[in-house]
Ligand binder design. Structure first.
Ligand code: PLP
Length: 380
């Protein structure tokens, strides 16, 4: 069914609604300000000015310089450009964590097919990369390490600044997929010390289909797309001006509200977490041993089927996700949960966002209790 006014949408890690101010900011570029920023006439120059202003705002929000920001068609594309683009430019070994999004995993697998030695870095039961494992796994000629800033299924936050320092010491380039972190926890490329960092607008109130890659000056990278030489030759294709403006506007709003929203959503998440823990025996909260995103709650429930639970909750108007949206429909445990050693029949991810209210959390708790009780009754 389409989303109605009383749909309880707790799946903001899958995607967020577009913020009203973002829609307003984008609208002129879908209407009379339609110029191509590569054109040298007036309408083209106006579009170019808007694109470059958007770039400056994104750079400022991430602590980068404008010429270090490459707009892409998605977070997926930013990750592919980082991993494959770096491998093609610089060669050497590639190491990715076991819990990366498929955008990084499959880009690394693609590099492997082109001849790259690819290593997988293990995580502990909270989903946190073990820095000792990094040293043990990475001998020889590792030239790219990719570890996500925050995991999309569980919300685990990685010690990316430490990993970046390790990479610097060992002459490896460090890429971090910050798609789930940006706008939700403080993210600065200087603070992390990364060389590459991927962002996606639709995870923080921006539109789908636009992302960005931070590329530290001097980082070797080969473009994946060849054409008109846009984005300093790193991403050919006529610029998505409205998308870039939307990304910049959403990022500004998310960063401005970040600290207050993190406090507010963490309190709501914790309320949900204790209600769920208290109402279903054997329910386990995933990732509790590590720092987690404030708006994400992943729970493992023994003896109940994920698909049955999700379908019942959907019928009741509660939109949540199994481990990850990318795996919905597949009953097999995700690679993230496998890497963490989570064994459960059902794993649900609740993810809150800027529109989420306390009343919604209370309704979600009631729906969950009813559905879980009924599912147990049916199965018993
Ligand atoms: N990386 C992570 C961690 C994600 O959660 C997602 C979202 O699906 C992506 C990358 C891909 O971003 P996009 O949906 O913009 O392609």
């Amino acid at each position: 069914h389409p989303m109605t006014d009383d749909t309880l949408y707790l799946d903001h890690a899958a995607t967020t609604p577009v913020r009203p101010e973002v829609r307003d900011a984008m609208e002129p570029f879908l209407a009379d300000r339609f110029g191509n920023p590569s054109s040298s006439h007036g309408p083209g120059r106006a579009a170019r000015a808007a694109l470059e202003t958007a770039r400056e705002r994104v750079a400022a929000a991430l602590g980068a310089e404008p010429d270090e920001i490459v707009f892409t068609g998605s977070g997926t594309e930013a990750d592919n450009l980082a991993v494959l683009g770096h491998w093609r430019a610089r060669g050497g070994g590639v190491a990715v964590s076991a819990i990366e999004h498929s955008a990084v995993r499959r880009a690394a697998a693609s590099a492997a097919r082109e001849g790259a030695p690819v290593a997988t870095l293990a995580v502990d039961e909270a989903g946190r990369l073990d820095l000792d494992a990094l040293t043990e796994t990475l001998q020889g000629d590792t030239r790219l390490v990719s570890v996500m800033a925050a995991n999309n299924e569980v919300g685990t936050i990685q010690p990316v600044a430490e990993i970046a320092a390790w990479c610097r010491e060992h002459g490896a380039t460090f890429h971090t997929d910050a798609v789930q972190a940006v706008g939700h926890v403080p993210v600065s490329v200087a603070g992390i010390g990364c060389d590459l960092l991927a962002v996606s607008a639709h995870k923080f109130g921006g539109p789908k289909g636009v992302g960005a890659l931070y590329v530290r000056r001097g980082t070797e990278l080969a473009p994946l797309l060849h054409g008109g030489g846009q984005e300093r030759g790193l991403r050919a294709g006529t610029s998505n001006v409205a998308g870039a403006v939307g990304l910049a506007t959403a990022l500004d709003a998310a960063v401005a509200e970040q600290a207050a929203e993190a406090r507010r959503l963490r309190a709501l998440r914790d309320r949900l977490e204790s209600a769920l823990t208290g109402s279903v025996e054997g329910l386990v909260v995933n990732g509790t041993g590590a720092e987690r995103l404030p708006h994400v709650l992943s729970v493992a429930i023994p003896d109940l089927d994920s698909d049955v639970l999700l379908a019942s909750m959907d019928l009741a108007g509660l939109a949540v996700s199994s481990g990850s949206a990318c795996h919905s429909g597949a009953s097999a445990p995700s690679h993230v949960l496998l890497a963490m050693g989570v064994e459960a029949d059902a794993v649900l991810r609740f993810s809150l966002g800027w529109p989420t209210t306390e009343a919604e959390i209370d309704r979600a708790i009631a729906v969950f209790r009813e559905v879980a009780e009924r599912a147990r009754g049916v199965q018993a």
